[in-house]
Design a binder for this molecule. Structure first.
Ligand code: DWN
Length: 393
């Protein structure tokens, strides 16, 4: 058996299941266990949750809800126009069009199985296929639009269970001189920051560059460059081409893999150590919350992220600790966090004066949030985070 379990994060709900009532009669839970594959070096969930339970017409996450991501997408689009200048672009997981809206003057096609999101991009005049990415869909798109010079997919390939089908589907649609850009959270950053909340139902995989390289061995594709990004708590932007396309392979690729090997990404003991640190992180997080609650001080949550669902449920942080979450996403507001049933409300212009602490569910947008909440900080309000270790800041 090549897959070995190294971490158990307990019973977890569907992260997108923002509840309409605080105590629903039934909620779906599964065991969130993480495994390492000794052959491919791929880290994944042991039990995949059926995609239809996660990605459906009630999908809440809107990629354009943060200025950081709007700016990051604008900058990437400008760079792509300058350096690649593609005549056609396809995005797998187009969400609310935060990336594709920058390509209105060329053929741009979205793929988005969450029908409510696909409706948004359709209304923006972006042809959107509201289906799951697959070989079958890829063949249909090929028939309708031909091959693409650029295929882009951010925070989506790591969500697809059958990677061999997903990669084959990309091979079919990518033109021979085309470029496929994949972005997903980086496993080495997760290990470094003990950001175990990157493991949840949707994140079937958390990739290292080494694992992606190994997965591509079975295909006509290969990596030719890597960029390290600060987005989503540390991601890899992986540039991929057809093997027969003779674009030069950048030294960044070996550099990235050398770094991963240095931190032991290919050794099971690295994951055992990581698991011990996760347990420790839980203990320390609970100490912080308990100490504050003993003083009868008020804690709220800031950003009801999908990631935070893992921490809340793993650490048992519910309404005993966190009074409510604020979140700018309209269709989370008025609802309750999955599993822990904490109310989510629309943020006021600034954090209410009776709040002493705010737990950073959206720790990956710390800078944007700190800029916005200067008044809270100036009056002595503090944030709680678990990254890279549990602390009050
Ligand atoms: O991979 C995924 C990522 C990209 O998006 C998906 N599987 C699901 C989702 O995960 P997440 O919820 O962990 O993503 P974010 O982007 O970290 O979510 C940030 C949340 O925080 C949003 O709901 C918006 C909210 N927010 C806020 O309320 N005030 C964000 C900022 C910056 C703010 O100032």
């Amino acid at each position: 058996m090549s897959k070995i379990e190294f971490l158990s994060l307990g019973k977890q709900p569907i992260t997108n299941n923002f509840l309409t009532e605080q105590n629903p009669e039934q909620e779906f839970f599964y065991n969130l266990n993480i495994v390492y594959d000794e052959n491919t070096k791929v880290v994944s969930l042991a039990n995949f949750v059926p995609p239809e339970k996660m990605f459906n017409e009630t999908y809440a996450h809107r990629a354009s809800m943060s200025i950081t991501m709007q700016n990051a997408n604008k900058k990437l689009s400008e760079d792509i126009k300058k350096e690649i200048n593609p005549k056609s672009v396809l995005e797998i997981g187009s969400n609310d069009g935060v990336f594709l809206k920058n390509f209105s003057n060329i053929l741009s096609i979205g793929v988005e199985p969450c029908k409510n999101l696909a409706k948004i991009t359709t209304s923006m005049n972006i042809k959107t296929y509201d289906q799951f990415w697959s070989i079958e869909l890829s063949k249909k798109i090929l028939e309708n639009h031909g091959k693409f010079e650029l295929i882009y997919s951010a925070n989506t390939i790591s969500h697809i269970h059958d990677l061999s089908n997903a990669l084959k589907a990309i091979e079919i649609l990518l033109s021979d001189n085309g470029i496929f850009i994949l972005e997903d959270p980086s496993l080495s950053e997760v290990i470094k920051n003990i950001s175990y909340d990157q493991f949840y139902d949707e994140h079937a995989y958390v990739f290292s560059v080494l694992a992606i390289k190994n997965l591509l061995k079975e295909t006509e594709l290969e990596i030719f460059n890597i960029e390290k990004l600060s987005t989503h708590g540390g991601s890899n932007r992986v540039f991929i081409k057809k093997k027969k396309n003779n674009i030069k392979i950048s030294a960044n690729l070996n550099k990235a893999i050398d770094y991963e090997l240095k931190i032991g990404i290919d050794k099971f003991e690295t994951y055992q150590k990581f698991a011990n640190k996760v347990e420790n992180s839980k203990t320390e997080t609970l100490k912080i919350f308990t100490k504050i609650k003993k003083k009868n001080l008020k804690i709220i949550g800031y950003g009801a992220t999908y990631k935070s669902s893992t921490i809340l449920n793993y650490c048992g942080l519910d309404t005993k600790y966190i009074e409510y979450f604020v979140d700018t996403t309209e269709n989370k507001q008025g609802k309750f966090t999955p599993g822990t049933h904490i109310p989510i409300i629309k943020p006021n212009l600034e954090i209410n004066p009776d709040v002493h602490f705010a737990f950073l569910g959206a720790w990956n947008f710390k800078n944007e949030i700190f800029n916005k909440e200067q008044n809270f900080i100036n009056r002595g309000g503090k944030f709680i985070t678990h990254v890279p270790y549990p602390q009050i800041i």
